[in-house]
Design a protein around this ligand. Sequence first.
Ligand code: URA
Length: 230
Amino acid sequence: MNRHGAGMVSLASPRCATDVIASDVADAVSDVVQTDLLSCGRCPRLRHYLKQLRHQYPDYWNRPVPASGNTDAPLQIIGLAPGLHGANRTGRPFKGDASGDLLWRVLSQLGIEDQVQITNVVKCLPRNNLPLASEVRRCQRFLVPELSAMPMTSVILALGGVAHKAIVQALDARQVDYPFGHSRCHQIGERWVVDSYHCSRYNVQTGRLTETMFRDVVELAYQFATDQPK
Ligand code: URA
């Protein structure tokens, strides 16, 4: 047990079915927060890198990448940070690179592409896909309202250990009470968080995460979300 009176559980296969309609933007995250995000330059290292990339790749988005999908969705999928030729190019989380291809393929196989909201714990592209702890912390000003904008019954799928830790921090819980583990489910306050290894090309190539493992954990999180009492 932890200080919230809850802990990790394993889940049986629950029922399915929602009728959530997708929209393009996270409409319940206030306009003020969204505008602040798009003009954010609070992290000097990330700001300089994006500035440099605007010269190198003038056709790319090269700005903070906001969440996509509907804030009424039963499932919120949270990755690490935009990839150089993926989200940083397209301006959409997990759009345009290998990890995005895997994520969208699995969502499509499960028929739930329009029933998710997708975002990252760090909104700007970090060098080598490695945000600093200070950057993760600073970006909480955007993650916290994104979490709050979702229904309490929605389930969060954390992609990778860094995302998991940032979510635990955003939910104001102690890291020690919620260790990361693939397919682990944590109740944190009133929210449920399911962990997955990140669907990066590296994790797939090294065999840490197979497509079947990933589909199973996405399905687990989705089924659990749609089984929550409304
Ligand atoms: N693309 C994203 O938007 N996030 C990731 O974590 C990886 C790729």
